[in-house]
Design a binder for this molecule. Structure first.
Ligand SMILES: Cc1cc2nc3c(=O)[nH]c(=O)nc-3n(C[C@H](O)[C@H](O)[C@H](O)COP(=O)(O)O)c2cc1C
Length: 323
């Protein structure tokens, strides 16, 4: 397989980057090396509900290397799920220590674990010796304060980890606001693990900024930017440029296939709702994105959604395409 210049990992976006999206994406676009799956929330240890791991059936994941992600803090649940995933062939599991959602963080899950380095230490100490798979983690620079990152990194340095992916925000920031680049630069000097950068890579110039500022990092995780500009990995790696009209047609055909594929698995209503979710990002490809989203959000049937989508992609609308 061709080795990409910069390794690009599809970020986990719960509700968006499931196997249907991953497969349709790979059919239309290139230059993504792997994906972390949206998190599987750990619950009762003995009862692995098959519904929660459907996304990771090996037969559904042949087009892209996927690393399953777990969210939770119970060591036994963690091991049970990791073992099940190992049986599926997954040699690496990623631990979500970054989720900022309040309800989750309040239970010391996701980024809610970051103010508790001793607890993290204790859990890693219990989990790692029992795991058959390798472990990687996805973190932020803290929940309340970037100082938390220093204690977290000291703990992570004690353990063999495949990689540490860092989104340089705090949990309380959710997904917006300042990225703490100065703290991240300092943290990089203190970690012994391979790092993956994640956060706000939406354009080639965003990527160039990150690439220049972090010369020791060669793996980049992209989420929202890849959904609203699915060409981005190819632009980054191959300096790729389609003319606007070609891009437009390719994007439309991707969206059409995505809808058809979702429809193969879901009801009409569910498909419409899911496509509306994706359109929150897709509409950013259009200069008149508010107008575009407004058209989509008012579709109540699949035929309405189809005709509105066709209307958006009408040749005349090409003037509104963001290159
Ligand atoms: C709707 C949504 C769902 C997300 N779900 C997950 C998830 O399941 N696991 C995770 O580690 N991060 C999750 N994230 C965070 C992203 O993986 C990523 O860290 C964040 O969006 C910043 O990267 P980006 O700017 O490239 O999107 C989610 C983010 C969004 C917006």
């Amino acid at each position: 397989m061709k080795k990409n210049k910069h390794q690009i990992i599809l970020a986990p976006l719960h509700g968006f980057t499931d196997y249907v999206f991953r497969n349709v994406y790979c059919k239309h676009f290139s230059n993504v090396d792997s994906a972390i799956s949206p998190f599987i929330s750990l619950t009762v240890a003995d009862n692995i509900n098959i519904n929660r791991i459907r996304d990771l059936y090996p037969t559904r994941n042949t087009s892209l290397k996927v690393i399953p992600q777990l969210l939770g803090t119970d060591p036994q649940q963690f091991i049970n799920m990791s073992d099940r995933l190992y049986e599926f062939g997954y040699k690496e599991v990623n631990w979500n220590l970054g989720c900022p959602i309040k309800k989750i963080a309040q239970k010391k899950r996701g980024s809610g674990m970051l103010p508790y380095p001793e607890l993290l230490d204790q859990l890693l100490n219990e989990i790692i010796p029992l795991m058959k798979n390798k472990l990687s983690v996805k973190i932020r620079l803290g929940y309340n304060d970037t100082q938390e990152a220093y204690e977290i990194i000291k703990v992570l340095n004690k353990y063999p980890l495949k990689s540490v992916c860092i989104h340089p925000r705090l949990g309380i920031q959710m997904y917006e606001g300042e990225l703490h680049h100065e703290v991240l630069k300092d943290i990089i000097t203190k970690t012994r693990h391979k790092l993956i950068y994640n956060g706000d890579i939406n354009t080639l110039s965003d990527f160039n900024f990150i690439n220049q500022n972090y010369p020791t990092i060669n793996k980049f995780m992209i989420g929202r930017g890849l959904i609203h500009n699915p060409f981005l990995p190819q632009i980054i790696n191959e300096n790729f440029h389609l003319n606007d009209e070609e891009a437009y047609v390719k994007f439309q055909s991707f969206i059409y296939d995505l809808k058809e594929e979702i429809l193969n698995h879901k009801t009409e209503k569910q498909t419409i709702n899911k496509m509306k979710d994706y359109w929150q990002y897709f509409c950013l490809r259009f200069k008149n994105h508010k107008e575009v989203f407004d058209l989509i959000i008012h579709s109540n049937t699949l035929s309405e959604l189809n005709s509105v989508t066709n209307q958006i992609f009408l040749k005349e609308a090409i003037n509104n395409w963001v290159s």
